[in-house]
Design a protein around this ligand. Structure first.
Ligand code: GLU
Length: 289
């Protein structure tokens, strides 16, 4: 066996079944699949279905159909986040043992009201910065996490290393950096309805899945700083990141699942072929292909 051989390229695509895939998702997923194919890697499909209120099984079937229609194939069975809660709990226990998290009863509304005005470039849907005054002093003894079969009824937050600059070199967006405690604060890892946060679930899945390159939309750049801290805290290597520019409609609005006009399904129904869509993605400039 070769010693020091580079790890096999591990890629993934991770749709959330909260609506139909639109052209922007299709382009990002196609880029992810194409980069993986060129690297001779293995692509995993992950179903990000932790948001119980918004996810619907019919959208899982829809994204599988749309991806297949676009010619995107993946290896092995699909990973479904809602079936992986024990893995996320195990990670939470490790963060708890390392004193890197603390319980928190503040509501999102309270945090939003206390946070200063959004920073420049901060997305409106980004997690507001948690005020430092509400964080327990370092070294405070943590209450235990309840047993595996007992639901957690409190939010838990990750204590970010204040003042540390977190940096990564993005394959499309260039060098990115943010200062912990200033650009983003202590963030949720577990919610009181006993569901892990997207940040924790994603870091665990990317880490355990040996993902070497994450290709996703540029709206998640700010999440990447948080996920890098979690990956490090959990002992996983840092993947390479490629954040694809978001697609906008003619009025310059970001495509969203609530506008179905540019859904892959609607485009297919009105006679577009997958080859036409893919040709458009291939021709687009600045996508690193
Ligand atoms: N499920 C997320 C989305 O649809 C993507 C998560 C990720 O790629 O990390 O926006």
């Amino acid at each position: 066996m070769a010693v020091n051989s580079p790890p096999t390229y591990g890629g993934r695509i991770a749709p959330s079944p909260t609506g139909l895939l639109h052209l922007g998702h299709a382009r990002t997923f196609w880029i992810a699949a194409e980069r993986c194919r060129r690297a001779g890697g293995v692509l995993t499909l992950r179903n990000d279905d932790l948001d119980r209120d918004r996810c619907r099984p019919e959208f899982v079937a829809a994204f599988q159909r749309d991806l297949g229609w676009l010619g995107i194939t993946w290896a092995g069975p699909m990973i479904t986040q809602s079936e992986r809660l024990p893995r996320y709990r195990a990670a939470l226990r490790r963060l708890h043992a390392a004193n890197l998290i603390y319980p928190c009863d503040r509501s999102r509304r309270e945090v939003a009201a206390a946070a200063s005005a959004p920073h420049e470039g901060e997305a409106a849907d980004d997690e507001p910065i948690f005020p430092r005054k509400w964080r327990p002093a370092a070294g405070t003894t943590l209450p235990p996490l309840s047993g595996d079969d007992v639901a957690l009824a409190t939010n838990w937050r990750f204590r970010v290393p204040d003042g540390e600059t977190v940096t990564f070199d993005d394959g499309l967006a260039g060098r990115q950096s943010a200062v912990a405690g200033r650009d983003f604060g202590d963030f949720l890892v577990w919610r009181k309805d006993d569901v892990p946060s997207y940040q924790l679930a994603c870091a665990v899945d990317d880490g355990e899945g040996r993902i070497t390159e994450v290709v996703r939309g540029a709206d998640l750049i700010r999440s990447t700083f948080r996920q890098l801290l979690l990956l490090r805290a959990l002992g996983y290597p840092q993947p390479h990141y490629v954040h694809c520019p978001l697609m906008r409609d003619e009025q310059g609005r970001r495509l969203a699942k609530r506008y179905d006009a540019l859904s892959v399904a609607a485009l297919r129904d009105c006679g577009k072929t997958a080859a036409e869509l893919v040709a458009g993605f291939r021709d687009a400039k600045g996508l690193g292909l």
